[in-house]
Design a protein around this ligand. Structure first.
Ligand code: GLN
Length: 496
C-alpha cells in the first residue's frame, strides 16, 4: 500500500474498511505529517486527544461491520466553522479565547458519518480576503512555491489538501474563497448553490453569500464530502433550502443523455463568457484554460460563445453588499456578548471602541467602515439599494446565458498565485483579482475549480465551472469526466 497521506478519501476509506490500516493509524500519521510541515501555515489548532477519541470510535464502528464512505477518514475544517472540541477563531484575535458550545451543522454531519477531525485550518480573518494574508495568526504558504500566497480566504484548506496533509477538508466561499485557493494550489473545490449547505455554526461574513463546500484532490472525493454536507437544516438556518440531500457519488457514474463510451460529455454545451477571456486575464492562465476546454471538446462537449455583460460591475456590487452585511454581522463582537474585551477602558463606549480596535485587524476594520457608510442614512439608496438592483441584473445575465448553454466555464482568477506581500498594501488590487468568482456568488450559483494545468512559474491554474441553481451534481460529473481523461489533479508539489 502507498503511504497513507498519498491516499484520497475513497482509497483511505476502503483501506480502513478492509483493515489494511485503522482510523487511529491514519490520524496519527496525518497529525505527524501536519506537524512536520508546520512551516506551511496550514493549521491553526489541533486537539490530539479529541482527534484520537474520534478515530477510536470510528475504528469501533468498522469493527462492528459498518462500511460507509467517510468512516474513519481524517479531515479538517476551515476555522470559520465552530467546533466544540477545538478553538474557533475565524482567523481573528477577536475570537482568540472563544470556545464554542456546539458544532456547526456541516461539522456535525461529517462527524456523524464517521469522518475524524484533525484540527482547524488557517484562513483570512472572518473569511475576508483572497490571499490568507489577513489571518491574524499565521502566514500560509503555497506548497508549489513557498514565497507565494495560497489564495484565500480558505487558504489553509487548499494548502493542506495540496501538500497531502489530509485527503480533503472544508472551506467556505462568499465571493470565491473555495474556488480561488483551490485554483492557486491545484486542488479540486466546489461551492454549492447558496443555501444548499447549512450556515448554522459558520461564523457569518456576508449572510446572503456565505456557503460551505469541500476541497479534495478529485471531483469524486468532493462528491463524497458534499453528499454528507449538503441538505436542509431549516430549523437552524432560515436560508437553508428545503431540497432533499443528493447522492452526488451515484450521479458521477450515471451516464448523461446522449453519452457514448468515447464521448461521455456528448451533447453538453459549455458557455464561454467573452468577458472572462478578454483583456485583464494573463496569457498563461488563458492558455491553460483553453487547453482544458480543448480536452472537453474531445470528450464531446461543444463550446458556445455567451456574454455576461455586467461582469465588471460584480466587483463594486460585491464590495458594497459584502461589507454592508459584514458590518451588521460583526456588530455582535462588542466585548460583552462575544469576543475580546480590552483590558483597560473608561466608559462603555470606550470599552466598545478599544475592544473592537484591538480585536479586529485592518481589513476587517476597513470593511466595517465601508459597510457602515453604505448603509447610513442618505447613502443607503445610492449605494446599497443600487448594488442590490444590479445584483439582480447580474443574476438575470446568467439566466440569459443558460438559455444557450448547460454550464459556463472560464478562468477562476486572472493570474496564478502572487508573491506574499505583493498586494498586501493595496486592498483594491486584491478586490480586482476576484472578478471571475464574484458574479456567480452574487447570483447564488454553484461553482467549481478543477485543476487544469500550470501557468507562469509552474504554478497551478484552475478551470472554473459554473452551473445553474442545484446543478452541483452536473458540475461534479463533468469535472469527474475530465479527471478520468487527464491527470492534472493527481500532481503534487515537490517534496509533498
Ligand atoms: N476575496 C473575497 C473577499 O475578500 C472573497 C472572500 C470569500 O469568499 N470569503 O471578500
Amino acid at each position: 500500500m502507498r503511504a497513507l497521506h498519498e491516499l484520497g478519501v475513497s482509497e483511505l476509506a476502503a483501506a480502513i474498511a478492509d483493515r489494511k490500516t485503522s482510523s487511529v493509524e491514519a490520524a496519527q500519521h496525518l497529525l505527524a505529517r501536519a506537524k512536520a510541515h508546520a512551516a506551511l501555515g496550514a493549521y491553526l489548532a489541533f486537539n490530539e486527544d479529541a482527534t484520537l477519541a474520534q478515530a477510536r470510535a470510528a475504528d469501533a464502528r468498522v469493527a462492528a461491520g459498518e462500511r460507509t464512505p467517510l468512516l474513519g477518514v481524517p479531515i479538517a475544517h476551515k476555522d470559520i466553522f465552530v467546533t466544540r472540541d477545538f478553538p474557533s477563531t475565524a482567523g481573528s484575535k477577536m475570537l482568540e479565547a472563544y470556545q464554542s458550545p456546539f458544532d456547526a451543522t456541516v461539522v456535525q454531519r461529517l462527524a456523524a458519518l464517521g469522518a475524524v477531525t484533525l484540527g482547524k485550518l488557517n484562513c483570512d480573518e472572518f473569511a475576508m480576503g483572497g490571499s490568507n494574508e489577513n489571518s491574524a495568526y499565521a502566514v500560509a504558504h503555497n506548497p508549489w512555491d513557498a514565497s507565494r500566497v495560497p489564495g484565500g480566504s480558505s487558504g489553509g484548506t487548499a494548502v493542506a489538501v495540496a501538500a497531502r496533509l489530509l485527503p480533503a477538508a472544508t472551506g467556505t466561499d462568499t465571493g470565491g474563497s473555495i474556488r480561488q485557493p483551490a485554483s492557486f494550489c491545484g486542488v479540486t473545490g466546489i461551492k454549492p448553490t447558496y443555501g444548499r449547505c447549512s450556515r448554522y455554526g459558520m461564523v457569518a461574513f456576508a449572510s446572503s453569500l456565505d456557503q460551505a463546500g469541500p476541497m479534495a484532490r478529485s471531483a469524486a472525493d468532493c462528491a463524497l464530502l458534499l453528499s454528507a454536507m449538503a441538505g436542509p437544516d431549516i430549523d437552524r438556518d432560515s436560508t437553508s433550502l428545503d431540497h432533499p440531500a443528493e447522492d452526488y457519488t451515484a450521479l458521477l457514474e450515471t451516464p448523461r443523455e446522449g453519452a457514448t463510451a468515447a464521448q461521455p460529455l456528448k451533447g453538453l454545451r459549455i458557455g464561454l463568457p467573452r468577458e472572462f477571456f478578454g483583456e485583464g486575464c494573463a496569457p498563461d492562465v488563458i492558455a491553460a484554460v483553453r487547453a482544458a476546454l480543448a480536452e472537453y471538446e474531445k470528450l464531446g462537449a461543444t463550446l458556445v460563445d455567451v456574454s455576461l455583460p455586467r461582469t465588471e460591475l460584480a466587483i463594486p456590487v460585491y464590495y458594497i453588499i459584502a461589507p454592508a452585511e459584514a458590518s451588521s454581522n460583526l456588530s455582535r463582537f462588542d466585548g460583552v456578548k462575544f469576543g475580546h474585551r480590552a483590558a483597560q477602558y473608561g466608559d462603555l463606549i470606550d470599552m466598545y471602541k478599544k475592544s473592537r480596535s484591538e480585536g479586529f485587524g485592518p481589513e476587517v476594520q476597513r470593511r466595517i467602515m465601508i459597510g457602515t457608510y453604505v448603509l447610513s442614512h442618505g447613502y443607503y439608496d445610492a449605494y446599497y439599494l443600487k448594488a442590490q438592483q444590479i445584483r439582480r441584473l447580474i443574476a438575470q445575465d446568467f439566466q440569459q446565458a443558460f438559455t444557450q448553454c448547460d454550464l459556463i466555464a472560464g478562468p477562476v482568477a486572472p493570474t496564478v498565485a502572487w508573491k506574499i506581500g505583493e498586494k498586501s498594501n493595496d486592498p483594491v488590487a486584491n478586490y480586482l483579482a476576484d472578478i471571475y468568482t464574484l458574479p456567480g456568488s452574487l447570483a447564488g450559483l454553484p461553482g467549481m475549480s478543477v485543476p487544469a494545468g500550470f501557468g507562469a512559474g509552474g504554478l497551478p491554474v484552475g478551470l472554473q465551472l459554473l452551473g445553474n441553481h442545484f446543478q452541483e451534481g452536473a458540475l461534479l460529473q463533468v469535472a469527474h469526466a475530465f479527471q478520468q481523461a487527464t491527470d492534472w489533479h493527481t500532481k503534487s508539489p515537490e517534496g509533498c
